[in-house]
Design a protein around this ligand. Structure first.
Ligand code: SAH
Ligand code: SF4
Ligand code: F3S
Length: 467
């Protein structure tokens, strides 16, 4: 950002702040915002930044979307149902806005990076006041200013940028755990995926920025960090002074106060021996790798542009398990990619059985306009996709349950995250990312406690605290 623009934004921030302070004095309450976040942890973290900026100009969060002064939709485009959800909810808000014309409605995130969707929104949901994208989050105060002071609808999208905005204020959802961006964007262009089109090319933050952020988090009482990137394994490749992801882990492992380091996502093609060594040697790095396989057939993997084969993937898994015997491996799998034959699908079942995943996210292939796979021949009919999907779940659930059963009677340190839905029960995660429910008082939230596993289900385990 140029110097003059920076000055303008800070003047706008002061003016908005004063206006919101005046609102507070006149109404005895602060203006409120409500953010609806769809999609992945990138979006979750972006919403924390949006919240941080809104707090800095005098807004306060509300969970009541019907009475908020500002409603923000942070959208996702990864699969069709993500998109449909947003349009459905926007329809509801349209009615609200009719009765409450002063309410501001903003839409941001990945969907807004797509011109066709933006145009649809501007045409069919003309009540939306502000539109911004994944590269213009920092502009939000200026956009609010434009609507409130200049009475103008604001649209601000940048397709791709080299710039990274550091030091944005954040309202973190949890005090004891935090999301930390290490790379933005993606260069991989898997043929089914919209992310490279909506998040731009991969760029890495400077190591010093990440280290300083994590040090500040530790000082603030944060115990667990999750490093975020579409492919954390290629971290550092565009930095002037080369720095690898493994090197970054060693540096972060030194920071006092941080007890657990997680990362998402590891692209199998870039998982290096150095990284395996770092996971093994860094005591704070959790023995858990999320390693999306997507499919088991080499032909499908090639047409997905994943750049590894089934054999190569199994070799990496083998290296990981040899170096770190108690490593947990989780994955993402897509069923029904164009041209997937029954034999291809059986290769997916086969790799699932060979790896013995600790858990997996499974998806029905969803056609995304603008991607290469969208125009491939032999799109798979819905009923075939569903049939394969169900078969895959049967196999997976059996493996996952079996893995959970092996935990019965063992004791695991669990970072307590929240009260669970059942009364008087706490919920947290083991190092291996297994969800555990157990009895205990609320004051344990944010602490790491030892839990002995007494019973297991497919999606969670149950236990009791022990000393
Ligand atoms: N960058 C990460 C994940 C990105 S999106 C990675 O490469 O692993 C999360 C998951 O959504 C992907 O791993 C993939 O399994 C799934 N996904 C992406 N596009 C999809 C599509 N068009 N249809 C179905 N699933 C999709
Ligand atoms: Fe999408 Fe592939 Fe990039 Fe992951 S690595 S975000 S699946 S293009
Ligand atoms: Fe994430 Fe969805 Fe965007 S998965 S990167 S929020 S398209």
């Amino acid at each position: 950002m140029k110097k003059e623009e920076l000055k303008l934004v800070s003047e706008q921030i002061i003016e908005l702040k004063n206006k919101n302070e005046h609102f507070f004095i006149m109404n005895g309450r602060r203006k409120t915002y409500h953010i609806l976040t769809y999609g992945c942890q990138m979006n979750e973290h972006d919403s924390e930044k949006i919240a941080g900026m809104l707090t800095s100009i005098g807004y306060e969060e509300t969970y009541d979307d019907k009475n908020a002064d500002l409603v923000i939709f942070n959208t996702c485009l990864i699969r069709e149902n993500a998109e449909l959800k947003v349009f459905g909810k926007l329809g509801e808000v349209k009615g609200l806005k009719r009765n409450k014309p002063d309410m501001l409605v903003a839409v941001c995130g990945c969907m807004m990076q797509k011109k066709e969707i933006r145009e649809k929104l501007l045409k069919s949901f003309s009540f939306v006041d502000i539109i911004f994208g994944t590269n213009t989050i920092h502009e939000l105060p200026g956009l609010i200013y434009n609507v409130e002071i200049n009475n103008k609808k604001s649209v601000d999208i940048i397709d791709n940028t080299e710039l990274i905005y550091e030091n944005m204020p954040k309202n973190r959802k949890f005090k004891f755990k935090a999301l930390v961006n290490i790379t933005y964007g993606c260069n991989n262009f898997c043929t089914y995926c919209v992310v490279p089109y909506v998040r731009g090319r991969e760029k890495s933050r400077e190591p010093i920025e990440i280290i300083n952020e994590v040090k500040a988090l530790a000082q603030d009482g944060c115990k667990e960090i999750t490093l975020l990137g579409q492919n954390v394994n290629s971290y550092g490749s565009n930095l002037e002074n080369k720095f690898t992801f493994a090197q970054l882990l060693y540096e972060l492992n030194k920071i006092d106060g941080i007890e657990r380091i997680r990362f998402m996502t590891s692209h199998p093609k870039d998982l290096s021996d150095d990284l395996i060594k770092a996971i093994k040697e860094c005591d704070k790095v959790c023995n858990h790798v999320h390693l999306p396989v997507q499919a088991g057939s080499n032909d499908v993997l090639r047409r997905m542009n994943r750049k590894y084969t089934k054999e190569h993937y199994l070799e990496i898994v083998d290296k990981l398990k040899t170096a770190i015997p108690d490593i947990a491996i989780t994955t993402d799998i897509i069923v029904g990619f164009p041209g997937e034959t029954e034999e291809d699908f059986l290769e997916t079942i086969d790799i699932v059985k060979k790896v013995q995943y600790d858990s997996a996210f499974t998806f029905l292939y969803s056609l995304r306009e603008g991607t290469k796979a969208a125009v491939m021949d032999n799109q798979i009919p819905d009923e075939v996709k569903h049939e394969r999907f169900n078969k895959l779940l049967d196999v997976l659930y059996e493996i996952v349950l079996n893995k959970n059963e092996q935990c019965i009677g063992k004791v695991f340190p669990v970072l307590v995250e929240s009260l669970s839905k059942t009364e008087n029960t706490l919920t947290g995660r083991t190092e291996h990312f297994r969800l555990v429910h157990f009895n205990g008082s609320e004051d344990l939230i944010g602490k790491i406690v030892n839990v002995k596993i007494t019973n297991v289900k497919t999606f969670h385990m149950e236990g009791i605290t022990v000393d």
